[in-house]
Structure formats: C-alpha cells, structure tokens
Design a protein around this ligand. Structure first.
Ligand code: C2E
Ligand code: CA
Ligand code: CA
Length: 812
C-alpha cells in the first residue's frame, strides 16, 4: 500500500501519454517527407501546380497549427481544473489557514512557476457584519498593502455580509486588503457559484473589479459571440465546501460552504503561448455555460476565412481562423523561381517540421508528466505523502462498495492527536510538521499492506480496514495507540515528546463515505470526552449524546446566575512527613437534573463562550473567603485556585485576584494561582508581565500539568514561579515505563535548578509514593491520600491531624 499510495493512481494515463507522444513522433517525419515530396513535385510541375500545392500546404499547415493550438488550450483548461481541485483540497484540509500558511503552500508546490498564466490565487470567505471587526483584526491585517492604519472594507459602508480575502498569493499589484468582492460586479457570480457548486468565470478589463466588463449571457443574443476587447484577466471562482465535495442540495451547499478559491488568470499568456510563432492564425477562445460566458481573441475574423472548431468540454471551445491561399496567376518567371527555390524550400520546411515536431513531442510529454504529478499532489498530502481528504473520500467509497459486495464490514478509524495544538504553539510549526511525519510513519508501519491510511489535514488521520469485525477494528485501534506511547525524538526539540492520540471507530455499511467518516468522528468525540488516549466505537446512542451536550451548553448559560457552581477541595501533602500543606479548589457544576458535573465536562464550554472570566471571578472570591474562614479558626492551610488561559489573556484577572483578596481579607501568601504550562507558552511576554503583577501582591504561582507543555528552561526562568505540578499522566506511567521515570527525573531536576518545589499529581498507589520519594519530589496530591472533598468534610479533617490510614469520601 505504501508504495501504491505514493504513485499516481492511474499509471495507464502516463503510458497513454507516452504512446501519444510516440505516435506524434512517428507522424511528423512522415508529414515532413510528404511536404518535401509535394513541394518538389509541385515545383517540377510548374507554377500552376505550385499554386495548387501552396494552397494545399497552407491548409495542411493551418490544420496542423490549429491542432497544436488546441492542444495547448486543452492543457490550459485542464490546468485550471487541477489548480482549483488542488487549492480546494488544501482549504478543506486547512479551513483555518492563515495568509502565511497559504502563501507557503503555494510556494511549496511552486504554483506561480508552474502556471505562468496565474496572476493571483486567493481564498475568500463570507463574513457576517457582526464578525467583521474581528475578521479585519485577525485575518486580513497581515495582507494589508495599505500604508496607514488598520485594514478597512472597500468599498466602505455597512452591509449584512462581506466577501473578504483570507489569504492570497499574487504576482502583480495586490488588491486593497478588505476588498468586499460581494459589493463589486462579481457579487452575483460569487453567490451563484456558492449555490450551484460550479466555478464561475468572469473577464475583467482591470484588476480593481470596479469596472468589471463582462459579457452577460442575457446581453448577447446574437449567434456570433462578441469579442471582448482589452481583456486583462479571467477570474475563476470555485466554491469550496467543508466535505471536500459538492453537496447535493443548494441548502446543503450553503450550510457546508467554506469560501471561494479565486484565481486570476491572464488570457493573454494563455493565448500567447498557444499562438507563439503563428501570428497569421486567428484564435477565439470561448467559455459559455449559459450562466457565464467570456471570450478572448487575438484578431477579428475576416470574411471567407477557413475555420476550425474545437470543443474542450466543460463549456470551453475554441475556433481558429486563417486566410485561404488563392491559386495565383501563372508566369514562367515564377515557375522557374518556384522550380529551384521550391525544391530547396520544401526540404527546408520538411526539416523544420521534423525539428519542431520532435521538440513538440518532448514538450507534450513534459506537460503530461507535470499534469500527472499535479494530480498526485492534488490527491496526496504534501507533508506525509499520504492520501488526502479527497482521495480518502474516494477510497472510502470503494471500501463501502467492496464490502457490500462481499457481505463484510468495512471500518474507518478516525485518529486525532491529543494536544497537538500545544506542540505547534510551543515548539513551532516545524516541530509540529516533523512530529506529524513521524506519526504518519509509525502508524503506516503498524498497518497491513491491504489497509489504507490517509491524512485529513491537521493532526487527523484516517485508517480504512476491509472485512473487519468490531474486535479486529478495536484491536487495530489499540495497537495504533500503543505505538504512539513511545516518546518521539524531534530535531526541533531537545527533549523527547510524549504524545497520545484518540481514535473513533465506525464500522459497517453506510449510504455514503461521508456518513461513515462522520460516525467515526462522532466516536472520536466520545473518545476525547472519555479522557483521551483511548478509542471508542460508534453507536447510534452517541448521536443522542451530542444532542445532550448541546442542551448542556444551553443550561450552562444560566448556571452562574442560578447559583449552581460549587467548589470542592483536594488536599496536597508534603512528601517528607505527609503533612497537609494546602488544598486545591476544584470547580463542580451542580446541574439541576444531572447532578454534579466535573470540570472537564463544562470548562471547555465556558472557555469558548468567554463565560470563564465571570465564573473564574466567582471561584477566586469563594475560595479565598473559604480559606480565610479556615485560617481564622486556626488552621494554616493554603489554597490553590486554577486560572484558565482565557482568564489570563485579560488584565482583569489581576483585578479579580486583588478583589478576592481584599474582600476576603485573606493573606496573599496563602493563595496560589495554578496555570497550565501550555498556557504560559502562548504569549510569553504578556503572560510573564501579568504573572509578575500577581506576584507583586505576594501570591504564589504554580505551573499545572507540568511536562505536557514542552516549555524550555529558558522560558521557565521568565516566570515568577514557586511550584511545578508534575502532570498526572507521568505519575500514572512511571511504574510501567522507564522512559517516564527518566522524564520525571528531568522535570524534578528542572525544578531543583530553578529553586522550585515539585509536586506530583494523581498519586494512586503506595508504589508511586516510593518512586516519587526516590526521585526527590517534594509534594504529592492524589486519590491515595485524599479525593476532592466538599467544604464540610474538609473542615472535619482540617480540625484534627490527618492519620495516614484515613481515607476521605469521594466527591469527585
Ligand atoms: P487539574 O488542575 O490538573 O486538577 C486535578 C484533577 O485531577 C482534578 O480533576 C482531580 O479530581 C483529579 N485528580 C486528583 N487526584 C487524582 C488521582 O489520584 N487520580 C486521578 N485519576 N485523578 C485525580 P477535576 O476536578 O475533574 O479537574 C479537572 C481539571 O479542570 C483541573 O485539572 C483543572 O485544569 C480544571 N479546573 C478545575 N477547577 C477549575 C477552576 O475553578 N477553574 C479553572 N479554570 N479550571 C478548573
Ligand atoms: Ca490544578
Ligand atoms: Ca494538573
């Protein structure tokens, strides 16, 4: 499989191309000989015969030229289609592409080199009025060629919808950033393309679109298409949908619509390359689907011309026209000249044809090879060489058909790395790419020849299995998870990277490939929710589960006002004497019908809705007040509060902490703020400044989930940190893997070298305690010692010293 996926899927085409070239290579010498013979004989038979032969030659030559012109144009039409497919595949795989990523992609595949007629290629999307400010700030700004100020929408004015460029690669003058295409003459075409799923073609006379001169099918009823003068550019707009294919109904097209690939092609370059050296020939190149129609030509057609027509399909046609050579008046002087000169000339022409034709054959083969390569690229992911989304859709369709015939079940495994974004954010895209390549290699290596693996984009992979039972599919999924366990060594990072993946499995027949993939995606969602690093198999009950989540999201909006949040407290202990050093406040949602819900089930929703700021403020106030209550009754307990990355992006978090301290009267040194490591690395400078502000009150700072964020020592030194909380996954794995022991060792050494306390999270066994002690870890927290407890239970324990045999009650 590995090899066949990398090769062009249709070798016969390449062979066919060679045959064509060879055939052309054989035909042309014959033509050359024919020209020489006809020329010589004509010369011998005199001026009249010469005149006749001239006329024939000219027709032959006209035919031959026309055919070659047509071949060049056909290749150009094919280029257009390939380009659109290629770019659409990129967008489907990278719907959130930045301008830089898009430009890098065009450069990677040498787009502009390959298509000299391509003046620009862009990805544009529809932006509703209420998202316009955010869009201009986040997306368009890096494109802005305007010298002063923020990018603006051109033309100005308020509209419901804007059609704006997300990313663009151009060779010539760039349009103003923020050009709203839907407010130009292009608008109607763009919306029609979105709804129909078809590309639209528009010819314009200049690059600003403001005076888009285009031939409207309605305007032109005459049989003879009018020629547009001064056409500067042909604009091709191809709609792109989330699924990578064109959905069946207009409603589905609107729902799945991602944006348009817009290409500006110079017809002049196309015409010029087709006509090079054939100035005498007239050419008209027309696109007409009824909906849109454009025509280009190099000259007008004189009356009585000879004409050849070509149809390239997809609405593209071409006509060549040229003057008919008349049989001139015979004179003996001409006859003599023709006799001598004609023979020489005939041979010269024959030779020329021979030379030109072999060059042509080579050029033709080259074009074919490029097309094959492009087709391969359009179907494969450039990074890993694996089949991409469109080829996977194809393969899934075949999988379903095959298994239907053999009455077996095909399976799709949807694999997604856990926390991949962190790696990209903290180690950079280069490391991310390197990791993806390694992951692709490992997964591929683990599969059988007959299995298919592809990359959907980002950190998502698909594996297709024929004739699979639930048991085999799940076994394969487990094997794939197992091979990920081994840490990855990357050139871009000096420490080994531990990654895990989650896998969704869907099995059996479906109406369409997208349904099977969607079900696998639903199962993946479940695997993620179940704590990641695991696999889940699709069942129809899962869909109901997704519905429930939507309802939960709705309920969450009123949870704070409804007083439904609670805090529980999990003690932390000094490892040397197991004395309690403090408690960590952990949030719970007391749902009116579902009971207590753990934070993993709702904090991501709070974060994406932005509500985390308000809830976080409540947590701070509640935790500080509670701790002050305990301290005023004589226990020296400290309190740790988790602060989300979303809270930390605003200065207000500093005010919130200040306010919580002030209103509770809690001594600042008794409060510790916990921040996950990956958050720290996102915007190092701002975060460091904010943490220094907090630190200046005298509160402590702990790095949570340490070891999963891949921070470098140099960065860590920038933060005023007091404690490192080594992530639970390391504690969990340390008794099974010596790699992990080595990692924990490194983490503890990092802590020691920076003068920080280290705490191991998630301690569940006595064996772990022993190992942690051996590694010199300072503090521990975990179910073995205490589960999170509500305030009442905790107070019982705080008021008397903890005995090691004491086990707290479960509340988490
Ligand atoms: P965290 O800060 O890493 O909290 C530790 C989590 O590990 C808690 O889950 C705790 O119940 C669990 N845990 C503790 N000991 C053990 C053990 O021995 N074994 C196992 N398997 N688990 C253990 P919880 O309470 O579900 O919290 C999950 C995460 O939610 C927290 O991870 C934290 O990142 C976040 N979180 C909790 N409360 C808040 C909050 O008030 N604000 C914010 N922003 N995030 C919070
Ligand atoms: Ca924490
Ligand atoms: Ca943690």
């Amino acid at each position: 499989m590995h090899d066949s996926t990398r090769r062009s899927p249709e070798p016969p085409r390449a062979i066919q191309a060679d045959h064509d070239a060879i055939r052309r290579g054989r035909v042309w010498p014959a033509v050359a000989v024919l020209i020489a013979v006809i020329g010589s004989v004509s010369a011998v038979f005199g001026a009249r015969a010469v005149a006749t032969a001239d006329s024939e030659d000219s027709r032959d030559a006209f035919d031959a030229s026309s055919t070659e012109i047509a071949a060049t144009l056909a290749a150009a039409v094919e280029d257009e289609a390939d380009l659109a497919v290629n770019a659409a595949a990129y967008i489907v795989g990278n719907p959130d592409t930045t301008n830089d990523e898009f430009v890098a992609w065009t450069e990677n595949i040498r787009l502009i080199d390959r298509y000299p007629q391509l003046r620009s290629i862009l990805f544009a999307t529809m932006v509703p009025a209420d998202e316009l400010d955010g869009f201009l700030r986040d997306v368009t700004a890096p494109l802005s060629p305007t010298a002063t100020g923020a990018p603006q929408v051109v033309p100005g004015g308020e509209r419901d919808l804007y059609c704006l460029t997300v990313a663009k690669k151009a060779t010539g003058t760039a349009l103003p950033a923020g050009m709203d295409f839907c407010a130009t003459a292009l608008g109607r075409e763009l919306l029609a393309a979105r709804d129909s799923g078809l590309s639209s073609y528009v010819a314009v006379t200049d690059e600003t679109f403001t005076s888009a001169a285009r031939e409207d099918a309605g305007d032109n009823t005459s049989a003879d298409p009018q020629v547009i003068e001064d056409v500067a550019l042909l604009l091709v707009q191809t709609p792109v949908y989330r699924s990578g294919t064109v959905p069946d109904s207009p409603e589905a097209r609107r729902a799945e619509f991602l944006g348009w690939i817009g290409m500006a092609v110079s017809p002049e370059v196309v015409l010029h390359s087709a006509l090079v050296g054939r100035d005498e020939i007239g050419l008209r190149f027309t696109y007409d689907t009824g909906a849109s129609r454009v025509a280009f030509s190099n000259k007008t057609m004189p009356v009585g011309s000879q004409v050849r027509s070509f149809d390239f399909g997809n609405g593209w046609t071409a006509e060549t026209f040229g003057a008919v050579e008349g049989s001139g008046v015979f004179t003996s002087r001409v006859a003599l000249t023709v006799l001598t000169g004609g023979i020489v000339l005939s041979f010269a022409v024959a030779l020329l044809v021979l030379v030109l034709s072999t060059g042509r054959a080579r050029a033709w083969r080259f074009v074919r090879e490029m097309t094959d390569e492009l087709r391969h690229q359009a179907m494969h992911d450039p990074l890993t060489g694996l089949p991409n989304r469109s080829l996977i859709a194809d393969r899934t369709e075949q999988l379903l058909a095959r298994n239907r015939r053999s009455h077996t079940a095909g399976a799709a495994l949807f694999i997604d790395l856990d926390e991949f974004k962190n790696i990209n954010d903290t180690l950079g895209h280069e490391a991310g790419d390197e990791l993806l390549e390694s992951v692709a290699r490992r997964l591929t290596h683990e599969l059988r020849e007959a299995d298919t693996i592809g990359r959907l984009g980002g950190d998502e992979f698909i594996v297709l299995l024929d004739d699979a039972s639930v048991g085999t599919a799940e076994r394969v999924a487990q094997r794939l998870l197992d091979v990920m366990r081994e840490p990855f060594t990357l050139a871009a990072s000096n420490q080994p990277i531990v990654v895990s993946a989650s896998i969704g499995v869907a099995l059996g027949d479906r109406e369409s490939p997208s349904e099977l993939l969607r079900d696998a995606d639903v199962a993946l969602y479940r695997a993620k929710a179940a704590g990641r690093n695991c696999h889940a198999t699709f069942s129809s009950e899962m869909e109901a589960h997704i519905q429930q989540r939507l309802e939960l999201e709705f309920d969450l909006r009123s949870a704070l006002d409804g007083d439904q949040f609670r805090l529980v407290y999990q003690p932390m202990y000094d490892l040397s004497d197991l004395s309690m050093i403090g408690v960590e406040a952990l949030l719970r949602w007391d749902h009116p019908t579902q009971g207590l819900i753990n934070p993993d089930g709702f904090i991501p929703m709070l974060e994406s809705s932005g509500k985390i700021t308000d809830v976080g403020r409540w947590v701070l106030a509640e935790a500080c007040a509670r701790a002050e209550g305990w301290r005023s009754r004589g226990s020296a307990v400290g309190i740790s509060v988790n602060v989300s990355g979303r809270q930390l992006v605003h200065d207000s978090v500093v005010d919130d902490v200040r306010a919580a301290l002030d209103s509770s009267g809690l001594e600042p040194a008794a409060l510790t703020i916990e921040i996950t490591e990956s958050v720290l690395m996102r915007d190092v400078e701002t975060t460091a400044r904010r943490l220094r502000d907090l630190k200046s009150f005298g509160v402590g700072i702990a790095i949570d989930d340490f070891g999963t964020g891949y921070s470098s020592l140099a960065y860590l030194q920038k933060f005023p940190v007091d404690r490192l909380k080594i992530d639970r996954s390391f504690t969990d794995a340390m008794t099974r893997s010596s790699e992990t022991v080595a990692l924990i060792h490194t983490l503890v050494q990092v802590g020691k070298s920076l003068g920080l306390r280290t705490l191991a999270e998630g301690v569940e066994t006595a064996e772990q305690i022993d190992r942690l002690r051996a590694e010199g870890v300072d503090e521990v927290q975990g179910y073995l010692l205490a589960r999170p407890l509500d305030a009442a239970r905790l107070e019982e324990q705080l008021l008397r010293p903890l005995r090691p045999d004491e086990r707290s009650q479960d509340l988490s």
